[in-house]
Design a protein around this ligand. Sequence first.
Ligand SMILES: C[S@@+](CC[C@H](N)C(=O)[O-])C[C@H]1O[C@@H](n2cnc3c(N)ncnc32)[C@H](O)[C@@H]1O
Length: 236
Amino acid sequence: MLLESGIKEGWRILDVGCGSGEVSLLASELINGKGEIIGIDVNAASIQIAQTRAAEENVTNVQFVAMPIENAAKELGTFDLIIGRRILMYLPNLFQAIEALTKILKSNGRMVFQESDAMVAETSATTFPLHTKAQQYVWQTVASEQGNIHIGSEMYSLFTKAGLKVKNLEAEAVLQTAETGSDLAWLLQMMEERIIQAGIATKRELESLEKALTEEMDKSNAVFIRDMNFGICVSN
Ligand SMILES: C[S@@+](CC[C@H](N)C(=O)[O-])C[C@H]1O[C@@H](n2cnc3c(N)ncnc32)[C@H](O)[C@@H]1O
């Protein structure tokens, strides 16, 4: 999606909800370190990890700042490209956030976002009952935190409603097999505290599910549809 956005050396780029900086660093690579990238995230611990990563990789044109998206429009100037991965789903006032970002987009600027969608959460239920259960724990937790679990397929309407022109729209199914393995056990561990806090599953249920996932995958001889990722590129 970034390559198809026309990303160029010299561009000023904002990565919103950058987390530990993976997408910002990818953007820096794509512009050969020429240009400026600012990654912002409300989580100061993630920003620290991103800063350490950039220092370790000797990347000097990316700056990571602990800041909520809501402040970006006031404090950071204007950008040729605004990017974000798995961030829109967490924003309570999403339409206002998009409108605010639109105001700091330079003329003929671009926005590129990639977001997931829970639409495939039960597609593999017959062959993969345990993987499906794990997948549902994840989405139920996000939904209980007021996350938008259908943001992927809703982006088109949202961005066009904000007056932006859609240049590219893609969706990609993420497939997992015995050869690729599944990241669901890892994800359950990462989200353990949130899942338990939301009352979706207990620690014991999670641990026994995590153990059983590998066996289910190895015995399945089938394809598990893990996720559906939507990507959108818009311009003003
Ligand atoms: C699923 S992570 C994605 C991180 C990164 N974009 C990636 O793909 O690796 C979502 C990130 O959004 C951040 N976030 C959530 N609400 C935010 C807000 N209002 N302003 C800035 N960051 C926010 C979280 O702290 C978290 O790091």
